[in-house]
Design a protein around this ligand. Sequence first.
Ligand code: GLY
Length: 381
Amino acid sequence: MASNRFPDVIVVGGGVVGCAIAYCLAREGVRADVVERGEIGGEASGAAAGMLAPLAEVEDAGPFRELCLESLRMFPALAATLREETGIDIEYLASGILRVALDDAEERRLRDLAACSTCLPAGRHGLPLHWLNPDDLRAFEPGLSPDVRGGLYSPEEHQVNADRLTQALARAAAIHGATLRRNLRISGLLMRNCRVTGVRTPDGDLAAGHVVLAAGPWTGKLAASLGVDLPVFPVRGQMLALPSRRAPRHILWGSAGYLVPKANGLVFAGATVERVGFRRRTTAAGLRGLAAMASTLAPRVGVFAPVDSWAGLRPGSADGLPLLGPLPGWEGVSVATGHYRNGILLSPVTGRLVARSIIGGPPDEALAPFSPARFSYSPSA
Ligand code: GLY
């Protein structure tokens, strides 16, 4: 049975990336359907701590950090627009990130980063960074470990509520005409010759002019059905929430993890980085490690028993970079995955660039380094 409403674009995956793409398409008047096998934001997007941390996550200068910085700059306007369009506050908080050194090696590393103008340019694309000595640091952020050797303060790396961001993007996409199809599993991709023409579902086939595969670590399985081997895999991140008493003022970032004071008063402690396949569950050892990290970084926070814990599966890729844009060898299909630890941060720029590449116009140079074509693969269908 074929649907009698044909979208221009089907976005497979209702995470933050899929919803951002659908939103950008719908704003341009493109009919977009989001097909999500569970709930919107039900996987990694809803599990994320919501940090917007391009410098903390990406220390090497280059196109990837530029992409992250560009996306960071989009958040103030996006937060305002989403609130206006949907009434949802994505809790864009100006927390700043304090990277804390607890030993000699980390102190040297952070001091080098602070001093290295080519690593962390202060130019048009750069962000300010300030080195703080232990005394200044303790005054700035009471409650840090007495063992601190100093820290690097980044006043412009902030945070959002990751689930609210995802829900707001989905709702805004719907307001602009997108259809959200929840709890609908894709059983296959429709194809003719070397063109993808839609998706197969238990409710019937959905034809579309273009299909975007934005299903996080599951994207590789969809691409495999086209005979394409995309090196995308799940990387589990376990998290726990600590009660609000004595929450830090800033996001705290140590070599073993981070503490994020959230708008609801809880402190999120994260995250493990584990290659354990598609097993999305917490483990006693993982949570113990996070609790120990919290106690080491900020003993006044870590002293409390956790009130919640969860895990998500990040989409990792073979070279640690996202895969964005057309799937070479095929017409009518694009990919948006591999965002690894930066899916929340990269969602605005991903939505904009992928939507533009589908709508047409001159190819955007910013996408080139992230083309799925950089991996060798063999289309066979
Ligand atoms: N963005 C932090 C993490 O993935 O753990």
